[in-house]
Design a binder for this molecule. Structure first.
Ligand SMILES: Cc1cc2nc3c(=O)[nH]c(=O)nc-3n(C[C@H](O)[C@H](O)[C@H](O)COP(=O)(O)OP(=O)(O)OC[C@H]3O[C@@H](n4cnc5c(N)ncnc54)[C@H](O)[C@@H]3O)c2cc1C
Length: 407
């Protein structure tokens, strides 16, 4: 019904898209955001550049969403990455495509994405108020409004919960939506960090802090030796363990406080035989040096003392005296540098929250609750999460659009 009151809780990408698209349908929309400004988390996305989406096709989008990707099929069909880019362009945002199909604002400024979404709110006459929703009011199985922390009651026939997850809580995403939904019978699947760095047991990791390894291959194994994940790309060492794109993606497949074994192939482009031949060439070149000084052509400087220590070759040994067996051991080490993963970093440091409102209780074509009439969900509050590459924001935009358009 035109003029019907719609309340959107949360002014992140999902909430702004939901509010704008509901307003476009002629609804009287109020967007309630507890921060003094909209899109606080959006501003820090993509290291301040905001990777808004990915230009892959529909199958590619779903393949990059390891948790409940299929649930989003309808939402992506109704509002795809191309639809998003067309809308952003109409709102004045120029974009560019980078490595792996990642899309960024041409200006490299996430602020410009927030501005485009604010324009969308303005042109669709969305009323934005600062406030914190503490309750969704339900009467006889149907939504009747929301209650704010200051005691105000805002009546509404439709309410969209777009409160995000509970990672990076200083941005305002403190998990309120899970509680608001659970109060009305919704199941919240267990919350845990996703796209999060990993902690390792080895002490020597501190010495590698800040080192980035490009073009390495990783494999992660469970305690029982089952391969859990493998990938090729970039990773980095931190003061507590490992991070970087392929590690963050790997974290999506791991459980907190559970041991895993990480093997890093430092030379994935070479077979063991090719690597051995390469070592022989280097060792001929540096025949008169000691082993500790013979790996400069092969490895980044920071990694050399670690590899020397972990190998069975004495560091002072003259290179010309290194045996074939010792070289073989070095090849095995370089093809599988082993680390023991002890835990994921905490939820507060995760790029996204895994778990959330169970998709079994949400209609995929409208994002409406199957339990409460007039209650909708959008964005990270839903139990769906993706790898890095712009997919998480596309989830927020598509589900936001669908929820807003269905009000
Ligand atoms: C450091 C970092 C970098 C990232 N980079 C990328 C990237 O480049 N590309 C990508 O695709 N994804 C990225 N992500 C993930 C992406 O930011 C989130 O998935 C996305 O912001 C989720 O959108 P949302 O609207 O559902 O929730 P949020 O963006 O979390 O917004 C929720 C809003 O609701 C408000 N709110 C919460 N509770 C209440 C309440 N009770 N009352 C009123 N308001 C409330 C909050 O203040 C907040 O503004 C990144 C995340 C982080 C932390």
């Amino acid at each position: 019904m035109a003029g019907e009151q719609v309340i959107v809780i949360g002014g992140g990408p999902a909430g702004m898209m939901a509010a704008g698209s509901a307003g476009r349908r002629g609804r009287a929309v109020t967007l309630v955001e507890k921060n003094e400004r909209l899109g606080k988390k959006l501003l820090i996305t993509g290291k301040g550049r905001c990777n808004v989406t990915n230009i892959t096709d529909l199958d590619g989008l779903i393949a990059n969403i390891p948790v409940n990707g299929k649930f989003l099929y309808s939402a992506f069909t109704q509002f795809s990455n191309q639809d998003l880019l067309a809308l952003l362009q109409r709102l004045g945002l120029k974009t560019k495509v980078e490595r792996g199909g990642r899309v960024f604002p041409a200006s490299d400024r996430s602020m410009d994405v927030v501005r485009a979404l604010e324009k969308y709110l303005n042109e669709n006459r969305v009323r934005v108020i600062q406030g914190e929703v503490t309750k969704v009011l339900v009467d006889a199985g149907a939504v009747s409004g929301v209650k704010l922390k200051n005691g105000d009651i805002l009546p509404a026939a439709k309410v969209i919960i777009a409160t995000g997850g509970c990672s990076y809580p200083l941005t305002g995403s403190t998990g309120d939506g899970y509680r608001l939904a659970a109060e009305h019978g919704h199941t919240i699947t267990p919350l845990q960090p996703a796209l999060v760095p990993l902690e390792v047991r080895e002490d020597w990791i501190h010495e590698l802090q800040g080192l980035t390894l490009k073009n390495v291959a990783i494999k992660l194994f469970s305690h029982e030796g089952r391969r859990v994940y493998s990938a090729f790309g970039e990773m980095l060492f931190t003061h507590f363990g490992v991070s970087g794109p392929i590690i963050l993606s790997a974290s999506t497949h791991l459980r907190p406080a559970t041991p895993y074994r990480l093997l890093i192939d430092l030379k994935p482009a070479l077979t063991p035989e090719q690597l051995d031949a390469r070592l022989q060439r280097d060792f001929q070149k540096y025949a008169k040096k000691i082993f500790a000084n013979a790996l400069d052509d092969l490895l980044p400087r920071k990694l050399i003392p670690i590899v020397v220590r972990l190998s069975a070759i004495p560091p002072e040994k003259q290179v010309s005296h290194i045996t074939k067996e010792e070289r073989g051991g070095l090849v095995t080490l370089l093809k599988g540098l082993a680390l023991e993963i002890t835990d994921l970093r905490p939820l507060s440091e995760a790029i996204v929250t895994a778990g959330g409102v169970s998709v079994k209780e949400i209609k995929p074509s409208t994002m409406e609750s199957k339990l409460v009439q007039g209650l909708f969900f959008a964005g990270e509050v839903i139990d769906a999460n993706a790898y890095t590459g712009g997919y998480n924001l596309q989830i927020a935009f598509s589900t936001g659009y669908v929820a807003g358009s269905s009000c």
